[in-house]
Design a binder for this molecule. Structure first.
Ligand code: MLT
Ligand code: ZN
Length: 430
């Protein structure tokens, strides 16, 4: 049904918040633990049961409820797959403010619950800024309607923020209202090589200053990450001549004026080349080449999985210190592992991954707690965007003071006194 600029889309859906509410009411009354599950694409075990929990999978709550073309506000159910929302919005001339490699399976409710970051946070900001409202079912089955569609609303505590990033430990997200930007048609992607990490940092500073409002992604990978992709993924080619460079940067610009944007990017690249910041580079000539550049960056996690066992760390660190950790880890592990660094340089987010033939307790003790201590010493975060889930819950104190964790535990106790929602996740087990 269409009314003016507002599309009212929802059909008679069969799975509803009332059912989620009934399930939680029942489980709460019998002290049955529950794991809320979206696309199950998380990387820290946040959506998997540990013992005998009941899984509440949200896949069938996948209706788009409304879309307002004037404001760009989309309201949908928590089980909508991110890629389906991207496709829906594309047809309306809009985009999601969030994009990640797992878009084909991850769900918006899970994205919100984990405060997923992704590839374009540098441009559009985090979900704390883009989510305007939520409908959430609490552990006791109560439905909390915070599904506002207002950009401004200063009437008391903004409780939706408690649920963004709480990884299903405080409630199940059943509906989301999100602000979406218009789709701009002039997109350019460059794949660049840098000979040292200092040049990557300088390039980031220059890109922010010179590309300004059109910069939409600034991603980096080291040569070991590129090797993994070239060796383990079919059909991936290095867009640059086969000289070995230490670092690679993917820059994307998105704007509304093709000629102006292209000139701006070309001018920036020329300047960076002359200043010696980039040693080589390729500018995508069409959309296929642009997506092949993206495929290199987005393919790294898959290549790592194919290479064998992998120890994954997702860290926020001051940009100037970030790569020191990768190098120190290489020195620590010498030849026993392949240590790779890639991530969202524009957001100060390093994905440190350690690839080995198989899991080995000896290697793990070389990595942890060193990696957490190092991050804490440099005032970083031990989880930039993947959450704590089950795997990192006990490490929370490396990033949060005791008093803060105690307050988090009190909030958990108040909203879920029987502790049925996603037990053993987020908060330390002991
Ligand atoms: C990425 O940026 O590719 C993701 O966060 C996934 C990962 O690091 O495995
Ligand atoms: Zn990432």
């Amino acid at each position: 049904m269409k009314s003016g600029w507002r599309l009212q889309i929802q059909t008679g859906c069969t799975n509803t918040k009332a059912q989620v509410s009934q399930i939680l009411k029942y489980c709460n009354s019998r002290c049955l633990a529950v794991v809320p599950q979206g696309g199950n694409t998380g990387l820290v075990g946040g959506s998997v049961p540990v013992f005998d929990e009941v899984i509440v999978n949200m896949s069938l709550m996948n209706n788009i409820i409304s879309f307002d073309k004037v404001s760009g506000i989309l309201v949908c159910e928590g089980g909508c797959i991110l890629e389906n929302l991207i496709t829906f919005l594309d047809n309306q001339g809009f985009i999601m403010p969030l994009d990640l490699g797992a878009k084909g399976s991850c769900q918006i409710g899970g994205n919100v619950s984990t405060n997923a970051g992704g590839l374009r946070l540098v441009r559009y900001g985090s979900l704390h800024g883009n989510v305007l409202g939520l409908e959430v079912v609490l552990a006791d089955g109560n439905v909390i309607d915070m599904l506002g569609t207002l950009r401004k609303d200063n009437t008391g505590y903004d409780l939706k923020h408690l649920f963004i990033g709480s990884e299903g430990s405080l409630g199940i997200v059943t509906k989301v209202s999100i602000l979406t930007p218009p789709k701009l048609f002039s997109v350019n992607v460059a794949f660049l090589a840098c000979s040292d990490y200092f040049s990557c940092q300088k390039l980031l500073m220059e890109a922010k200053r010179k590309l300004g409002e059109i910069l939409s992604a600034f991603e980096f990978l080291d040569s070991k990450s590129l090797d993994l992709v070239l060796n383990h993924l079919d059909g991936v080619r290095n867009p640059l001549p086969p000289t070995v460079h230490k670092f690679y940067i993917l820059i994307e610009t998105t704007g509304s004026d093709e000629t102006y944007d292209r000139q701006k990017l070309e001018g920036f690249l020329l300047h960076a080349m002359e200043a010696g910041l980039i040693s080589d580079g390729a500018l995508a000539q069409d959309i296929n080449q642009a997506s092949s550049f993206w495929h290199i960056r987005e393919g790294i996690p898959e290549a790592l999985m194919k290479a064998g066992a992998v120890y994954k760390y997702d860290l926020s660190l001051p940009v100037e210190k970030m790569y020191d950790l990768v190098e120190e880890m290489r020195t620590r592990l010498s030849d026993s592992a392949n240590v790779v660094g890639y991530g969202h340089l524009g957001d100060g987010n390093l994905h440190l991954n350690i690839s080995t033939a198989q899991y080995d307790d000896g290697i793990l003790t070389q990595i942890e707690p060193f990696v957490y201590e190092w991050t804490s010493k440099h005032h970083g975060s031990i989880s930039a965007e993947h959450g704590l889930g089950l795997m990192k819950a006990n490490e929370i104190f490396y990033s949060k003071p005791t008093a803060t964790v105690s307050l988090m535990a009190s909030i958990k106790k108040m909203l879920d006194p029987k502790g049925i929602l996603n037990p053993y996740k987020v908060l330390p087990h002991s």
